[in-house]
Design a protein around this ligand. Structure first.
Ligand code: 4FD
Length: 248
């Protein structure tokens, strides 16, 4: 997969893209991350990328010219490449959206700065708008890094073979079960016996139930769509009798 990122601050991406899983994915040529400085697509001698808003009011708006020229140059003649603007006004980014984006061979991400982007960028080149959550950032760069990370780990071969991404809690629609490693007792806190006994069916059942317990306590909204067996539904009904979920 190739992801092109249009930004005024390409250096912001150096750390996250040069470490760990994203670094390895690029070395294995499963992922190509290309950074493009929007300022290289300006035409005036001051390399201007923003201007004051028509109609007045505070702040600066990113001009349409450099952004649209950048998208067209980077995209080339290819059709059907998603051009995604990271913005608080976009659809909320979820594991499902990450899975959807991971099906594409190419993505183009636009990182806005200042108070926003001239509306004509949306009207001409943007095909999708994504928000990583209901809060405002100083630019789209951190949001783009989040999207790249979540999408990259879904590309086959990027995670180790033992770590199929579809086994993730959020892909299952539940929160993760509790994890333990050595030692078997730490400061008087023991690892649950079932995990030490090696009965893999019992371990699986315990993990599913603990995932359901956690989801009931912390994110009961997720249980509306989670795929549960009849046995697990009975377990959930028992939980619901014992204690109410944490609301809000
Ligand atoms: N919640 C997000 C994305 C970008 C951003 C910006 C228009 C503001 C939050 C375009 C307005 C870009 C998010 C930059 N803040 N700020 O995903």
């Amino acid at each position: 997969m190739q992801i092109d990122i249009l930004t005024l601050f390409p250096a912001m991406f150096e750390g996250p893209f040069s470490e760990s899983i994203l670094k390895r994915a690029q070395e294995k040529q499963l992922l190509s991350l290309r950074l493009h400085d929007i300022r290289n697509y300006t035409t005036d001698k001051h390399r201007t990328v923003d201007d004051t808003p028509y109609g007045g009011g505070g702040g600066m708006v990113m001009m349409p010219g450099p952004l649209i020229e950048a998208v067209e140059a980077v995209r080339g003649p290819e059709r059907g490449v998603p051009v995604i603007l990271l913005t608080p006004q976009g659809r909320i980014f979820t594991q499902r959206v990450a899975q959807e984006l991971a099906q594409h061979p190419r993505l183009i991400l636009i990182c806005g700065r200042y108070e926003g982007v001239d509306e004509r960028v949306r009207q001409t080149v943007v095909t999708d708008e994504i928000s990583i959550g209901d809060y405002v950032l100083t630019g789209g760069e951190l949001a783009a890094m989040v999207v790249v990370d979540a999408v990259a780990r879904l590309i086959p071969g990027v995670l180790g073979a033992r770590w199929a991404a579809e086994e993730d809690s959020h892909a299952m629609g539940l929160l993760e079960y509790p994890h333990y490693t050595r030692p078997p007792e730490y400061r008087g806190l023991a690892v649950p016996d079932v995990l030490l006994r090696g009965d893999h069916a019992a371990i699986e059942r315990w993990r599913r139930r603990e995932a359901i317990r956690r989801t009931w306590q912390r994110r009961p909204d997720l249980l509306l769509t989670a795929q549960l067996s009849d046995d697990e539904r009975w377990f959930l009904a028992e939980l619901a009798e014992q204690d109410a979920p944490m609301l809000v």
